[in-house]
Design a protein around this ligand. Sequence first.
Ligand SMILES: [Mn+2]
Length: 373
Amino acid sequence: MRFLHLSDTHLGYKEYMMDLRENDFYESFNEAIDTGLNENVDFFVHTGDLFDTWSPSNRALNEFKKSMLKLYNKNKTMYLIMGDHDRPKRSDEIASKIFDFLGVKLLGVNEIQNVVLNYNNEDLLLSGLSNMKGLRKNNIVNEYRKGDVEAKNYKNSILMSHQGVSPYLIPEACEVDSKDLPSNYKYLAFGHVHDSYLIDDKYPVFSYAGSTDLNSLNEIKNYLKNKKSVNLVEISNGNVNAEKIKLKSTRYQNIVDSDYNNYLNDINEIINMKKENNKEPLISVTIHGDADKVEIKNKLNEIKNIIIRGPVFEKEIRKIVEKPNMSKLIDYFNAYFNDSEMANLANTIYDTIKNEDVDNSYDLIKKIFQVET
Ligand SMILES: [Mn+2]
């Protein structure tokens, strides 16, 4: 059987109150849905942050209804869980639950929920756990374990969850450690991280499907490298075959970070690039140096076929500053302590502990803190 895994569609998100950006999110969502329908998948799996807020606008609700009618008319079910954006903050109905009559099935509101599906004479266990935050966070691993016991009885199984898993986010933003993920499932369908990941060289196959459009500038780097995508997944007889399908409707975005004498070249280069679609590119502009702000703003206003965020002006001429890329442990220590002395200390101690050289690390700590023995 086959299904489409999509996530973090944030319907109703309206960046800078621009109608055109709100439309972008509906368009990429619909492209994802149509991809699944064209592939004639058996069902859809949405791993949360369906809407941008738990109380979406009538427009967002209506756009979602129109898309779900397409599924309903082809007799396809969408299984979904709530993301952190979807869970009502007060006692209110859950927005996606309104659409149950169109075959939208919300799973795992307060604890893990299992359903058994049967397609082409094969059973599949589908478990869903909506986003657990606040006090609920302490139950996550236990709920995973409950599901994992059940998953042992099925050749084909999927877990849907919407949490930060290390190492896919900075440690402070993670609620779950990779080693606490259940091991008996065949496919772990995750939402929350907006960059996409698909780790399919071992079981369970793990994936953050990623968002369908960019919610923040932080997503630009990964977007430029990988584009936005959804997963087309085949699962049968205990085997999983997952493939990322790139979305074509996502508006091109980039950052222009230039000195005042070459920003126009940099912008023109982007305008003249070949693109996936005919939407005007959206760029964030920062201009460095002793610039005439009025003149630059006028020049930017004259540029056609592009949408510009900014400009932001920086006095300093642009220097190539090596940003911490979090590729080494010391980068994490630095981020955690925000103090290079403490970070170096932690790193030195870690080095000795890593080699199980307990005596040496003990001596080292005593020496550093000037403890007499
Ligand atoms: Mn999200």
